[in-house]
Design a protein around this ligand. Structure first.
Ligand code: NAD
Length: 315
């Protein structure tokens, strides 16, 4: 296995999400080399050129369109390649199409004997993380999904707005599936050490209905954005940047990424999001989160939803 270059990133899939992530990473100064790969080579070339033209205003780095041979020494390989849902297509049909895309991508990555981390972003991210873990044969700490990092950012943003505080002072997680069965873990939420409900009471906004509404809004954000502009990409691009930062700087940050589960809350054999320590080793270890009885049941229901989809996919 070739040694990885900790300052090199690769992005597979240069559509809205891949290109926005590349742009966010260019601005981050985290990497000195970034290769863009897409089934449509000219698209990758165009994005590489366009983003490179911003370099005089950023930190030096090399950005280029490449192919799978360029992955061997990449520290992080971000997979955003995926098909969008067609009109009238069921969710399961979309899953099958994206699994087929992964069947063409992941073995190519695995064949290069890469020592880097596979960060899955394409949807359904939890299912595709399982697929990537299985097809790559990489150790599980080196294959994980962006999971509910974006949903958690949306929750913090909305709570910050509601409470009149900086969203960075809000500590709360969305856990479970990145999708319709996700859960807002209210019982562990706090504002800089003050339990969320106490904080709400102190500022006169302790309305359970409002909190439930915020969780619903977060869950439906992607639908709302897609209805207006056909795709979501800036929020996820910043989430990708945040995850990369935690890895490259070996931050040991706690992020709700999607990892393979082995028994926490009775869940195993699938990937979903729970708080995880993220550092140079990738998804290094799960952080024990305390959940209420109802939150535990909801998390188990979310896992059951994912399991039923997984059971219909042949790998
Ligand atoms: P897009 O259609 O704009 O881009 C997809 C890109 O993948 C295209 O450029 C296409 O040429 C490329 N591609 C397809 N098959 C390929 C293959 N076999 N090899 C290499 N490249 C291939 O879509 P998008 O809006 O960028 O979304 C990409 C994915 O990201 C979707 O699955 C979307 O649902 C997902 N997404 C995830 C999150 C998240 O939070 N995880 C958020 C937003 C979007």
């Amino acid at each position: 296995m070739r040694e990885v270059n900790s300052r090199k990133a690769a992005i597979i899939g240069c559509g809205f999400v891949g290109a926005a992530s590349a742009f966010a990473l260019m601005q981050s100064g985290l990497f000195s080399e970034m290769v863009l790969i897409d089934a449509n080579r000219r698209k990758a070339e165009g994005e590489a050129l366009d983003i490179s033209h911003g370099l005089p205003f950023a930190k030096p780095m090399r950005i280029y369109a490449g192919d799978y041979d360029d992955l061997t020494d990449a520290a992080i390989i971000i997979v955003t390649a995926g098909a969008a849902q067609r009109i009238g297509e069921t969710r399961l049909d979309l899953v099958r199409r994206n699994v087929e895309i992964f069947r063409s991508i992941i073995p190519e990555v695995a064949r290069r004997d890469c020592g880097g981390i596979l960060l899955i972003v394409a949807n359904p991210v939890d299912i595709l993380t399982c697929v990537a873990a299985k097809l790559s044969g990489f150790p599980e700490n080196r294959v994980f999904g962006s999971g509910t990092v974006l949903d958690t950012a949306r929750l913090k943003y909305r709570l910050g707005e509601h409470l009149g505080v900086d969203p960075r002072s809000v500590h709360a997680f969305i856990i479970g599936e990145h999708g319709d069965s996700e859960i807002a873990a209210w019982s562990s939420a706090h504002v800089s050490g003050v339990p969320l409900r106490d904080f709400c009471a102190s500022c006169g906004c302790a309305d359970e209905q409002v909190l439930r509404g915020i969780a619903e809004e977060v869950k439906n954000s992607a639908y709302e954005i897609i209805q207006r502009k056909a795709a979501t990409y800036y929020g996820i691009a910043m989430s990708v940047r945040r995850i990369c930062e935690a890895i490259v700087r070996d931050e040991k940050s706690v992020l709700p990424v999607s990892t393979m589960q082995h028994g926490a809350f009775g869940i195993e054999g699938l990937a979903l999001s729970l708080p995880v320590i993220v550092g140079r080793g990738g998804a290094e270890s799960q952080v024990p989160i305390r959940l209420s009885g109802q939150e535990t049941l909801d998390l188990q229901a979310s896992a059951a939803t994912l399991k039923s989809i997984l059971s219909q996919i042949e790998l």
